[in-house]
Ligand binder design. Sequence first.
Ligand SMILES: *Cc1c(COP(=O)(O)O)cnc(C)c1O
Length: 389
Amino acid sequence: MTSDPLVARMRPFGTTIFTEMSALAARTGAVNLGQGFPDTDGPEEMLAAAAEALAGGANQYPPLAGIPVLRSAIAAHEQRFWGLTRDPDGEVAVTAGATEAVAAAILALCEPGDEVVCFEPYYDSYAASIALAGAVRRPVTLRPGPARRFEFDPDELRKAFGPRTRLVLLNSPHNPTGKVFIPAELKLIADLCREHDVFAVTDEVYEHLVFPDAAAPHVPLATLPGMLERTLRISSAGKTFSCTGWKIGWATGPARLVSAILRVKQFLTFVNGAPLQPAVAVALNLPDSYFTGFTAGLRDRRDRLVDGLTDAGLAVLPSEGTYFVTADIRPLGGEDGIEFCRALPGRSGVVAVPTQVFYDHQEAGRHLIRFAFCKRPEVIDEAVRRLKG
Ligand SMILES: *Cc1c(COP(=O)(O)O)cnc(C)c1O
């Protein structure tokens, strides 16, 4: 009994780079632009509604699928922004963040050995959830193209599909690259899903964070022809309402897919965040001005950081959306992002994250690092001042 008790399929997943880099930030007093969490609170109406619900007795198990007022608000939000009509009773499930929705979707839909097509670099929970299900990931690599936007090779995507493909896991707007998938890319993904008769699971937690200079606005994959019936759309309050610690997410889609998720979710967490659920309903029902103001605020911070990184000598790739911007370290003589990020707090007092940890084919991202700009303007300005020094 002295050997590692951890199951083999989880052994490749050690401590995440965020834990290492955040500890480094704490130890060195560096400005932490590594992990993507905001340093300000979300809308006041939402915070007040949570306090009221907590004091008002909303502290016991809510229904498995989420409280009705939140499910209605999720459906109304999807109708308002994306023209998607959902039945709050059956086509909407509230989850413990987008992370649980992604995990439950993969566990509910994939038999051991089934394949999941995804794009690398990928959000770190995807590989672990696929491994937990005993499924196999088939990553397609995103690389900066002629216009320096991240792109994939259409043939590589076609070849990733095969007889064992069960689903495509698509994150757009995309973390960590800041890429927004454009209509031609979405069309190819949708065509392949229909041709191979597979499901799509879409992680759209940055649905409200596409900047006006993006190559295209955000389009949910579910709105493409023939996709509604085979797509689970996932989002979360964390990023849109600056409450990443609340872990209130949701999945919407056809009733057969939503009920499959709920079957698994029932035995993962069952439910979470009773007093937070009515508060997120209030937030989802905020007027359009909240959402446009939120995007504009983040755009200003992106611009501050991009200008500063460029002045500091990094080659900055376009960030079309999300909380993140990617930079190439080679103009500063860097080769390996992990080494560069380990040295950066001591050298410049700033923490960033090496993008290569989000790839299977790490070589493709070896020279790339990611900065988060979801921080107060003065924090970004301080980071920039240090980087220039
Ligand atoms: C932050 C993030 C999540 C996690 O969302 P939670 O609601 O906190 O679970 C999922 N996917 C992506 C791409 C993210 O950036």
